[in-house]
Design a protein. Sequence first.
Length: 191
Amino acid sequence: MDTQPLIDFLLQFGDLNKQQTDLIKASVTERTYKAGDYFMEAGQVAREIAFTLDGIFRVCYYDNNGNEVTRYFLEEGTFMADMESYNCQLPSTSYVQSVTDSKILILSKAVMDNLSQTIIIWDNIIHKITTKGMAQKVQRLSSMFPQDATERYLSFLEKFPNLANRVPLQYIASYLGITKHSLSRIRKNIR
């Protein structure tokens, strides 16, 4: 099991010694998903945090009309958790689905609690990661609102250059708030 990408990521947010990194490495478990599998479904209470080693996940929900809406994508080197569900132990309102075959590292609630009690700076590291993640999410969403569909797609390509050829068209269209047909037309026009 390759835990080094997780350790490298954590070290961006705080200094950890070898004993601490060894404890983290020994505490995580690896899990794989096939494209289309769910890491989490609406109605479940989040009891795990995941770090994506390989693959892409999407966070989605169903609107009042029963339409599937993609909120955002999570690619390699990112943490995955419904923090409200995890922290408050409330049922999630979202689905987290593997878009590609994927491999993740799991940190259970018990592991997170143990790391929090054992590594003095653990909570501070997690707080910094959460704050950065929330800021990125707000930035991505707010920059899309004033744009027309073509500008939103071009912005998507700029911000997520690795996703365009790895994610099905209908998920990208859903994320951009347009139909798959409109996205096909936009892609054809910008080539």
